[in-house]
Design a protein around this ligand. Structure first.
Ligand SMILES: [Zn+2]
Length: 52
C-alpha cells in the first residue's frame, strides 16, 4: 500500500510505501523513513488529506 504525501526532504509530493510491520512510511524518492504519527487521528488525518 502506498499513499501520496509531500516529502519534507524531496520537497515534492511522492508515493510513500507503508511499512506496516515497522509502523513507518518510506519515501519512494529518497527512501527516507518516517514514523507514523503516534496519535492515530493525526495519522488518519494525513491519509485522508492525501486522498482529498
Ligand atoms: Zn523523499
Amino acid at each position: 500500500m502506498t499513499i501520496q504525501m509531500t516529502c519534507p526532504w524531496c520537497e515534492d509530493e511522492l508515493a510513500f510505501l507503508v511499512d506496516e510491520a515497522a509502523d513507518e512510511l518510506v519515501c519512494s524518492g529518497c527512501a527516507m523513513r518516517m514514523q507514523f504519527a503516534p496519535d492515530p487521528e493525526v495519522t488518519y488525518g494525513l491519509l485522508y488529506a492525501s486522498a482529498a
